[in-house]
Ligand binder design. Structure first.
Ligand code: TXA
Ligand code: MG
Length: 336
């Protein structure tokens, strides 16, 4: 465990005072030695922000208790909200979770890529217990970013990595976003440019060969059914299995108003298609483009300190389902 892990353990309440001690270095993923630098920090028990194809992750060695505790401290994340374990490949996942034939089929088809699978964890599996927040399941994902996978492979252990933002806030889609939110609290950010997808991975629970959509993403329930010929159940029609699915999430500082066709006084309007707005998620109504721009534009609008961010209607199909999920949480009553 690194020095800062101990410092945090000694004074958990005053975490900001204890942890704001780093001069954060930003290194391009293209720079020689970037992967090695990240691996060295992680091996020391420190946190490193890494690029993925969805959003930037705040990564720690998932087997190191002190490192994982730092994730919760830096994000101010409730301890009952489990983390995703990022693996380099299917073989690495096999060491930590039980992989049924259906789960393996999903991994073979969609990995590496923005699909997280929640699977039964193997007994004595070696992952620090706060990662799964006391659940008997573990969320695993193999990111598309080659840099992320090279870091994991070189470290030889999975990385616990939530989105690299304070809990409940907008997820970061660039190294600059991470620096603005977490600068001074972590030693290193690996810069992989703007993330391609722009919203977090889809999460599917797989138990007894039944599939449950826990979080919509760019890979849709229909995409999954088309591959495995198995229906995907909605989490709302079943028990909610993820304690982290809090109502208010992905929230900018400003209030958010949905389904807006024009701006009211003091509002910034984020448009889509024919609703032009002050900025347009996709003038040509492309949902993938809208997902890519979503958090970036909400962050930009927020910096203008409007009375409210108004957002045009987004069609609720394909990736639009995931966009509307994020928007409803952004507009939900704030619980803090
Ligand atoms: O795209 C992504 O998934 C990004 C990048 C960094 O990989 N990560 C991400 O992590 O979005 P985070 O922590 O922001 O969201 C993880 C979600 C939470 O809603 C959590 O409740 C859920 O995954 N989760 C984690 N482990 C779970 C489990 N065992 N059962 C159910 N849900 C779980
Ligand atoms: Mg998050």
């Amino acid at each position: 465990m690194g020095l800062h892990g101990w410092v945090f353990l000694l004074c958990p309440v005053e975490r900001k005072l204890c942890m704001a001690t780093f001069k954060t270095q930003v290194v391009s993923e293209r720079q020689d030695g970037a992967v090695l630098l990240a691996v060295e920090e992680l091996a020391r028990g420190n946190l490193v922000a890494i690029p993925t194809e969805t959003v930037y992750g705040l990564a720690a060695d998932a087997t190191e208790l002190g490192a994982v505790q730092q994730i919760y401290a830096v994000k101010g994340r409730p301890s009952n909200n489990p983390l995703i374990c990022h693996v380099a490949d299917i073989d690495m996942a096999k060491k930590y979770v039980e992989i049924s034939p259906l789960a393996e089929q999903l991994m073979q088809h969609f990995w590496p890529g923005p699909l997280t699978l929640v699977l039964p964890s193997l007994p004595g599996f070696g992952i620090a217990s706060p990662v799964s927040a006391g659940l008997t399941t573990l969320a695993v994902r193999c990111p598309e970013s080659e840099t992320a996978r090279r870091i994991i492979a070189k470290l030889g252990k999975p990385l616990a990595a939530p989105s690299a933002n304070p809990s409940g806030k907008l997820s970061p889609t660039s190294a600059n976003d991470v620096l603005a939110e977490l600068g001074g609290q972590i030693p290193l950010i690996v810069d992989g440019g703007d993330t391609q997808v722009g919203i977090e991975s889809a999460i599917i629970g797989v138990t007894d060969e039944k599939l449950t959509l826990l979080r919509p993403g760019s890979i849709t329930a229909d995409d999954i059914t088309a591959v495995v010929h198995t229906p995907v159940f909605d989490r709302n029609s079943n028990q909610i299995t993820a304690p982290g699915q809090l109502a208010s999430h992905y929230a900018p500082t400003a209030k958010v108003r949905l389904n807006a066709h024009s701006a009211e006084a003091g509002e910034i309007l984020i448009g889509f298609g024919e609703v032009a707005g002050d900025m347009n998620l996709s003038a040509s109504s492309k949902l993938e483009e809208a997902a890519h721009n979503l958090f970036k534009f909400m962050r930009k609008a927020d910096l203008m300190s409007p009375s409210c961010i108004a957002i045009a209607p987004i069609p609720n199909h394909g990736v639009g389902i995931a966009i509307n999920d994020r928007l409803h949480r952004a507009a939900a009553p704030r619980n803090r």
